[in-house]
Design a protein around this ligand. Sequence first.
Ligand SMILES: NC(=O)c1ccc[n+]([C@@H]2O[C@H](COP(=O)([O-])OP(=O)(O)OC[C@H]3O[C@@H](n4cnc5c(N)ncnc54)[C@H](O)[C@@H]3O)[C@@H](O)[C@H]2O)c1
Ligand SMILES: [Zn+2]
Length: 379
Amino acid sequence: MQHARVPATFDVPLSVPFRHRVTFTRGALEAGNPSLADALAGSARCVAFVDEGVAQAHPEFGSRLAAYLRALDGMPELACVESVPGGERCKRSMEVPDRVVQAVDRHRIDRQSCVIAVGGGAVLDAVGFGAAIAHRGCRLVRMPTTTLSQDDAGMAVKNGINAGGKKNFVGAFAVPHAVLCDEALLESSPGWSWLGGFSEAVKIALLRDPGLFERIERDAAAIVARDMAAAMPVVVRSAELHYRHIVLGGDPFEVRSARPLDYGHWLAHRLEGLTDGELPHGQAVAIGVAIDTMYSVHAGLLDAASGARVVAVLRALGLPTSHPLLADLGAVEAGLEEFREHLGGRLTITLLRSIGEGIEVHAIDPSLLRRAVLDAAAT
Ligand SMILES: NC(=O)c1ccc[n+]([C@@H]2O[C@H](COP(=O)([O-])OP(=O)(O)OC[C@H]3O[C@@H](n4cnc5c(N)ncnc54)[C@H](O)[C@@H]3O)[C@@H](O)[C@H]2O)c1
Ligand SMILES: [Zn+2]
């Protein structure tokens, strides 16, 4: 008998076809709205985890979900609706992912059944992580309920929790089964959260779409006043640009060390870490975007007038462009090394060449950074 030769190598590219489905609607639980039924079709059972903030603002959410499913043929059985702590608290430990795993076990949620996550980006991350590890991955239907989770986080194909003092340190890449954004749910989100989400829209406009930037400049006051007719086109366009980057950008699982959409994020992540999550992600991103924009000006990449427009639009949206912790720049600069580790390779920071076009650099000059911090605070 012949033996296979050792050593042997097998090396074939492997691609797995995924579908990433995102729908924007209004009134997802109203009879006759097909979006949720489409997302759940073919699932035998489901369990739902609802952000406490959403559950408080919409105490009837669970019973309306049950009624919606009962009214239609072929819908999964709703085995339970549980509420989970909202915001960064739910990402502080494995408690929420563990609860999801236990519910999957208790209610016999198999790989053809669904976990429904309803909430802000933090709840989607923590519940999504539980769904990604139970049975090595159950179907996840996300219903994002904040501007940030509808215009950015909900489009992502990753989940996770914070650990070891690092944001999103433990997690998994997993493409959601469906994402359903109900604009009506945004109406009850807290004021700071409403505004915070627009920093991601400004960020992606700066990298990809000057027309979107002009629209935000024009409609900033109406957005602050929570005028849905002004806000939703911005939310949807931002979502579309984030979505297109994931689906068409060629690196959905972030294997490469460039993270082109993480403009302003090295600083944002550092400030979130230094404030132990007190500073919300959206506000931290606004500060990071303002400073990386002024840095781009001082580095000779971006014209000063464009820099001033960016800082002005963030301010017009009621977003911060500075923070007291920036007085100790040494502590902040350590964030660059942390970000490099996060990328897992060479430090790659996106800066701005013009409104609508980014450029990658591999080092940050501390003296220019100092000037950028002062300018973003004063401009
Ligand atoms: N997976 C990703 O790629 C990705 C991308 C960006 C951000 N994120 C994560 O998203 C998180 C931030 O998410 P966020 O900005 O959506 O905020 P959040 O999840 O922190 O929620 C903010 C607050 O609003 C409450 N809330 C949410 N929706 C509500 C509603 N409709 N009515 C009343 N209260 C409501 C929550 O209970 C919470 O107190 C961060 O943890 C960030 O790391 C993840
Ligand atoms: Zn972000």
